[in-house]
Design a protein around this ligand. Structure first.
Ligand code: SF4
Ligand code: SF4
Length: 96
């Protein structure tokens, strides 16, 4: 019922943002090839806007945003890699 405009499009990936360590430089937003990021309306505790995935259906998980971020506050990942990670690692971030 009710197809919307994005129905034909399927996201290939997503991003993880650590808003608290973002400095609001906007590199991730400027360099995203599919233009799917925007600044948040909210501020973090340091007073910066941080990126949010405004058009998730456009994200490919290419991680260019992560490559450009000087503070490692964002990274992109393809869903297929995320799946692979889930199957090998324990959930909950005991990464090391
Ligand atoms: S992973 Fe790629 S497509 Fe997704 S937000 Fe980052 S730069 Fe844009
Ligand atoms: S590149 Fe990093 S520090 Fe700059 S706005 Fe994006 S997440 Fe924040």
């Amino acid at each position: 019922m009710g197809n919307d405009k994005a129905a034909g499009k399927k996201a290939k990936g997503t991003v993880f943002v650590q808003g608290e360590i973002c400095k609001g430089c906007s590199y991730c937003i400027d360099f995203c090839p599919t233009d799917c990021l925007e600044f948040s309306k909210d501020f973090n505790s340091k007073g910066y806007h941080y990126p949010v995935l405004a058009r998730p259906e456009d994200c490919t998980g290419c991680d260019l945003c992560g490559l450009y971020c000087p503070d490692f506050a964002i990274f992109g990942i393809k869903f297929k890699d995320l799946q692979a990670r889930k199957t090998v690692g324990a959930p909950g971030g005991a990464g090391g």
